[in-house]
Design a protein around this ligand. Structure first.
Ligand code: FE
Ligand code: FE
Length: 326
């Protein structure tokens, strides 16, 4: 196995507003400030960057220069199809003009993916969904969700598109809300260059086992990327990976290893009140413990226990490997 690469969403190093601290939790930062901070993380190789670039007017070249200075690459570009203009949806907006603008913005993001030689265009359709009963025609919005992604994937066959599903927020209910529904949509579209970005936190607060979700996406050949973080299971808290559900996170990585899934382990955390560099370092240190624990895991004994559905036997093996490495 090659050396494990770690990544992070560049927003990890930004500052945030919410509906209470409307003045923000820190002074505003530009994407260049965020890249400089990302460069201080001990073992970060790549970042996922929002498009358009925040905090100023920057060209791809400006971004590249800043990234090169920190020896960082780009794993994905995330077009911002969830801002005010798209508050009633990007792919599913009732206004065809807004749907077209979403398409055009994502098409620009495709050029950025080519420029940076990134792995994927990340689609996070956070505003595509509904809030109230009777608000939408469910058949129409689901069809538009699939048509919008399908059109982009067929127009850009050289690129990979990932859909990051999430149950809710900002929309009370998102269309791409679960692993199963997202896979159904992707399979119905039927193109090879659309996959899932599995966010561990989105899966678990949606009531899924992230390990099971990963296996399902892998079985369909659709696991193209992943994000890690943690939450209390009732909201997308985006806390530090491993802080709350270490054993489930370990099982998730075990499933990836078992299937020889090789890709970046990417942080999607929001350190509202914490130091962003320290938070990223802490998460990566924990992920490295998981990496070591995977090497220590007695896979033969685990398979034997699993073949009998021996819960306590399997847990003992997993816990022994994990907790001795933390
Ligand atoms: Fe995420
Ligand atoms: Fe999230």
């Amino acid at each position: 196995m090659t050396k494990q690469k770690f990544g992070a969403g560049i927003w990890h190093f930004a500052t945030y507003l919410d509906r209470y601290a409307t003045d923000g939790y820190g002074e505003p930062r530009s994407v260049l400030d965020a890249i400089a901070l990302a460069g201080k993380v001990r073992d970060l190789s790549v970042v996922d960057i929002n498009y358009p670039y925040f905090g100023g007017s920057f060209s791809n070249e400006d971004i590249k220069k800043a990234l090169d200075k920190e020896s960082l690459g780009v794993i994905g570009i995330t077009p911002e199809i969830y801002t005010r203009e798209f508050s009633k949806g990007a792919f599913t907006n009732p206004d065809p003009g807004v749907r077209r603008r979403a398409h055009d913005l994502i098409t620009e993001a495709c050029d950025a993916v080519r420029y940076f030689n990134a792995s994927y265009v990340k689609l996070w359709p956070g505003q595509d969904g509904w809030d109230y009963p009777f608000q939408v025609d469910h058949g129409v919005v689901w069809k538009n969700s699939m048509d919008g992604v399908g059109q982009l994937a067929s127009e850009n066959p050289d690129l990979k598109f990932v859909i990051e599903y999430k149950p809710r927020e900002p929309r009370v209910h998102m269309n791409y809300d679960s692993v199963a529904r997202t896979l159904l949509g992707i399979e119905k579209i039927g193109l090879p260059n659309i996959g899932i970005l599995l966010d561990f936190g989105h899966a678990i607060y949606g009531g899924e086992s992230a390990a099971d979700s990963a296996q399902l996406a892998i079985d369909y050949g659709r696991l193209f990327g992943m994000d890690v973080n943690d939450n209390y299971r009732s909201w997308d808290d985006d806390l530090v990976a491993g802080s709350l559900h270490p054993i489930e996170l370990f099982e998730f990585f075990y499933v990836l290893k078992k299937n020889n899934w090789e890709g970046v382990w990417n942080l999607d955390q929001f350190p509202f009140r914490e130091d962003s560099v320290e938070t990223a370092d802490h998460a990566i240190d924990f992920l490295k413990s998981i990496e070591k624990a995977l090497e220590d895991l007695d896979i033969e004994a685990l398979s034997e226990a699993q073949s009998k559905h021996d819960a306590i036997g399997a847990l003992k093996i997993a816990q022994k490997a994990l907790f001795k490495n933390i």
